[in-house]
Design a protein around this ligand. Structure first.
Ligand SMILES: [Zn+2]
Length: 73
């Protein structure tokens, strides 16, 4: 492999790295979003979130993200 071939190969690898890092960031974001919510419900079908300003699932204890979070900054 010549030096110029190495430099070309390096550019190809760098492009792949950037692309894969982007995909990885998207996957991590999706993973984080999945953990923000749960679908627990009481036996009567109501959502099991409880609490005041901060809603917490009564079943798994997860802190639930409010839909209107953005309105309150
Ligand atoms: Zn839950």
């Amino acid at each position: 492999m010549t030096q110029s071939e190495r430099l070309i190969r390096r550019e190809v690898l760098r492009a792949d790295i950037v692309k894969l890092e982007g995909e990885l960031a998207a996957l991590r974001e999706e993973e984080a979003r999945l953990l923000q919510d749960c679908e627990h419900h009481y036996a009567d079908g109501r959502n099991a979130s409880t609490g005041g300003r901060v809603r917490i699932c009564a079943i798994c204890g997860r802190v639930l993200k409010q839909r209107d979070d953005k309105l309150w900054g």
